[in-house]
Design a protein around this ligand. Structure first.
Ligand SMILES: [Mg+2]
Length: 123
């Protein structure tokens, strides 16, 4: 039996979440999504910690930085790719400090995102 790699999408844009999760499931990843930082933390407390999180930075209420800080604080082994429309040098640098391993800008290009996902999961 082959274990599927588990990816959690965290983004307040529900349309992005549904589309991207469908795309990733079709490719063969086990994929879930949540639409807020709080739900991401609850998800990780209830479920197995995903191998990879695709994380939006800008969300109403607590943001992506909160999720990264929490993951760092709890020493969770999940990897993080930041997926944001607000891709600039400053947030990229801050994300890296908090443990993000890659950065993909929105609107995402699926091929570009897949290259990043494969690279991160194979590390
Ligand atoms: Mg957002």
């Amino acid at each position: 039996m082959e274990l599927k790699e588990n990816i959690l999408i965290v983004d307040d844009d529900i349309d992005l979440c549904t589309l991207l999760s469908e795309e990733l499931i079709e490719i063969g990843y086990e994929t879930d999504f949540v639409t807020s930082a709080d739900d991401a933390i609850i998800y990780m407390q209830k479920n197995n910690v995903p191998e990879l999180i695709l994380l939006d930075l800008k969300m109403p209420g607590k943001d992506g930085f909160f999720v990264m800080e929490k993951i760092k604080e709890l020493r969770l082994p999940t990897k993080i790719i930041v997926l944001t429309a607000y891709a600039d040098i400053k947030s990229a640098m801050e994300s890296t400090k908090l443990g993000a391993v890659d950065f993909v800008s929105k609107p995402y290009d699926l091929d570009e995102l897949l290259i990043s996902i494969r690279k991160v999961l194979n590390k």
